[in-house]
Design a protein around this ligand. Structure first.
Ligand code: DQA
Length: 150
């Protein structure tokens, strides 16, 4: 598997969840768009969503065994709470982008801290669902261009 897309808690409710903040695009729409981008670039993609912290840790461990080359993750609220997911990224050493639909810096103070951002290759926040598309464009360039890092 080249690319693993992980979405954390409550993101299965995209489309109906606080649409004034998160928009009307569903997670299925987002995943289908990312899959189309990946296929067009000749890359394989798997998508995983869970409301459970340990399940995300387990999925990251499995990703290493599968040889996953890059992870795009919207950790949802676990962004601001999860040392366990941070430690999992450090353990598996798979490069990743952190994506947020909303601009976490323009909201409540507690959303400004991420346990993951300093380990991430980069962070996209506030571009709506298009943030995933932007992250995928980066990943395609990184994985398919000969001068980019592996
Ligand atoms: C979010 C921002 C988080 O603060 C929040 O807990 C989410 C979604 C976003 O995509 O904007 O669940 O990650």
């Amino acid at each position: 598997m080249d690319v693993l897309v992980i979405n954390g808690p409550n993101l299965n409710s995209l489309g109906t969840r606080e649409p004034e903040i998160y928009g009307s695009t569903t997670l299925a729409d987002i995943e289908a768009g990312l899959r189309a981008q990946a296929v067009a670039a000749g890359l394989t993609l798997d998508a995983f969503q869970s409301n459970h912290e340990g399940a995300i840790v387990d999925r990251l461990h499995a990703a290493r065994s599968e040889g996953t080359r890059f992870v795009i993750i919207n950790p949802g609220a676990f962004t601001h709470t999860s040392v366990a997911i941070r430690d999992a990224f450090a353990a598996v050493a798979i490069p990743f982008c952190e994506v947020h639909i909303s601009n976490v810096h323009a909201r409540e103070e507690f959303r400004r801290h991420s346990f993951l951002s300093d380990l991430a290759v980069g962070v996209l926040t506030g571009f709506g669902a298009f943030g995933y598309t932007m992250a995928m464009s980066y990943v395609i360039d990184r994985l398919t261009s000969s001068s980019a890092p592996a």
